[in-house]
Design a protein around this ligand. Structure first.
Ligand SMILES: NC(=O)c1ccc[n+]([C@@H]2O[C@H](COP(=O)([O-])OP(=O)(O)OC[C@H]3O[C@@H](n4cnc5c(N)ncnc54)[C@H](OP(=O)(O)O)[C@@H]3O)[C@@H](O)[C@H]2O)c1
Length: 305
């Protein structure tokens, strides 16, 4: 297949490029910095420069592609959610998606599939209830952002493109995402759960995230929302306990939520609240998870440390 990936230089995108190139697919990456992207993604990938929002020349890049995978967006947890930061987080996703969909609409030979990133933030903060793709949207900044993001992607259905919106949980890997940040206090023998500790953590090993993307890519009957999370989420306390055991460090020093709130403001809700998400559509559609439970997933990642 010829596949175009926006945000292909990121934590998920890099691994996706390796996986797709390994299997002989032709991969192009849309990036804001062509030289860096070429170095990051390697010689098998074609890096194409864009500014994340202009569609003028984009249509020619997408012409005849079999699939477009849209992962672009400024990092959610890299700074306090000030009004300016919220605007960047939203625009870098919504405008990038809009420009891709507008460009797709102008192609004479249109891609059949658009896989668009989204997040489990769609469901808002929730209690112990198990949520699947049929559950209602929640409240808050991330829920609104995910709705706007998914709505832009779904416009491509109007001209016959199959759209999958991947509601992704916390992706675990050694060279990006939340895990390296969570590991730091454990390295210093000062690890412990973020309180209250009962909040749910819906996680997925990066290999499975790539697996779910590739399953969605090659399963024509899948469209709409797909929860990209492992089947067995855990509470924050359980997560940190397993992390400590896997890393041979104690998990004993809890982090009070109010301290995080002082340090990070509204962004702290990403860590002090959670969602218990079930990957109903991936499981019923035949995707087989390599890492269903947390301990083997963390052991696999930390073994490479
Ligand atoms: N990792 C997770 O746990 C997780 C969880 C839920 C949802 N997601 C979503 O999945 C997608 C991929 O995640 P990731 O962890 O791979 O993200 P990432 O490492 O932050 O990479 C995202 C890519 O987006 C591009 N980008 C960054 N800022 C941008 C901006 N202002 N405008 C346009 N493009 C910009 C960058 O590519 P260039 O620099 O090459 O342009 C970057 O490589 C993201 O949209 C993220 O929100 C991730």
């Amino acid at each position: 297949m010829r596949i175009v990936i926006s945000g292909g230089t990121g934590f998920i995108g890099r691994a996706l490029c390796v996986s797709l190139c390994h299997d002989g697919h032709q991969v192009s990456v849309l990036t804001r910095n062509r030289e860096t992207a070429q170095r990051t993604c390697g010689p098998k990938v074609t890096a194409i420069e864009w500014n994340g929002r202009e569609a003028a020349t984009l249509a020619s890049c997408l012409e005849g592609a079999d699939a477009v995978i849209n992962l672009a967006g400024a990092p959610i947890a890299d700074g306090r959610w000030t009004d300016a930061r919220k605007q960047l987080l939203t625009e870098s996703r919504v405008l990038a998606t809009r420009s891709l969909v507008d460009a797709l609409s102008r192609c004479s030979s249109k891609s059949r599939t658009l896989i668009n990133a989204s997040g489990i933030g769609y469901y808002g903060a929730s209690d112990d209830r198990v949520l699947d793709e049929g559950s209602q949207r929640g409240h808050g900044f991330l829920a609104d952002l995910c709705l706007a993001w998914e709505s832009e992607a779904l416009r491509a259905q109007e001209f016959g493109v199959r759209v999958v919106t991947l509601r992704t949980g916390m992706v675990l890997g050694k060279d990006g995402g939340a895990l390296p940040k969570m590991l730091l206090p454990f390295r210093l023998f000062a690890g412990g759960p973020i309180l209250p500790g009962t909040q749910w953590v819906s996680w997925i090993h990066r290999d499975d995230h790539i697996g779910v993307i590739r399953w969605a890519l090659t399963t024509p009957t899948v469209s709409g929302p797909v929860n990209a999370v492992a089947p067995e989420p855990v509470t924050m306390s359980q997560f940190c306990k397993v992390l400590g055991q896997s890393f041979h460090r104690p998990s004993w020093l809890p982090v009070p939520g109010f301290i995080l709130n002082i340090a990070l403001g509204e962004l702290s809700t990403l860590m002090t609240t959670g969602q218990r998400i079930y990957p109903k559509r991936a499981l019923s559609g035949g995707y087989v998870f390599h890492y269903k439970t947390l301990a083997p997933a963390l052991q696999h990642i930390l073994a490479a440390e």
